[in-house]
Design a protein around this ligand. Structure first.
Ligand SMILES: [Zn+2]
Length: 182
């Protein structure tokens, strides 16, 4: 799986690109700080590390990395926002949460190493991973400070830099095309 670097930047870039369709302004009012929410949901599936640390069971990339969890978390966000904020912009919040959570699963699916993830839990406990890898694996078992981490950190920094560079150009392209229409 990619580290929080790639997950956070990819989630942020996707949320900016899709901000019109999903009406980010609407749910910004709900959560006050939209960037925090984007980064949190983009990394939420990996919170299974915390559960693993307390339970001592190997559950990483298990049920939290499933389509069912993506739908469940999106639904939970909508219900929580209704209970605590009494707001009814359900559709936007549901789609933005589902989109960001699914993006995490998508990036993990194309990562080298490991057995994959339980994408179709609870219907099957089978692990799924693409045979084509876009990201080098992260070796958590080697601890936080290990020279081998330089490989994935460098790769993800380049990946994130390219995404932000692409976003910047996409924004100026949109500005230019708006100007030519007026
Ligand atoms: Zn993950």
């Amino acid at each position: 799986m990619p580290s929080p670097i790639a997950h956070s930047v990819a989630g942020y870039v996707l949320s900016v690109i899709k901000s019109r369709e999903i009406n980010l302004l609407t749910w910004k009012k709900i959560w006050r700080t939209d960037t925090f929410y984007v980064v949190f949901i983009s990394n939420a599936p990996d919170l299974d590390f915390l559960i693993q640390a307390f339970s001592n069971e190997k559950i990483h990339r298990g049920f939290t990395h499933s389509i069912t969890a993506a739908l469940g978390v999106s639904l939970f966000a909508v219900i929580a926002s209704h209970i605590f904020h009494k707001l009814s912009h359900f559709k936007s919040l549901f789609w933005v949460t589902l989109m960001l959570y699914s993006l995490h699963l998508f990036l993990d699916y194309f990562t080298a190493g490991g057995p994959g993830m339980q994408l179709l839990w609870p219907f099957t406990n089978e692990f799924y991973r693409s045979s084509v890898s876009l990201f080098p694996g992260v070796h958590h078992s080697r601890g936080v400070l290990d020279w081998s981490h330089i490989q994935f950190v460098s790769y993800e920094l380049i990946f994130s830099g390219l995404l932000i560079w692409g976003l910047k150009h996409w924004k100026s392209y949109r500005k230019d095309s708006k100007k030519s229409l007026t």
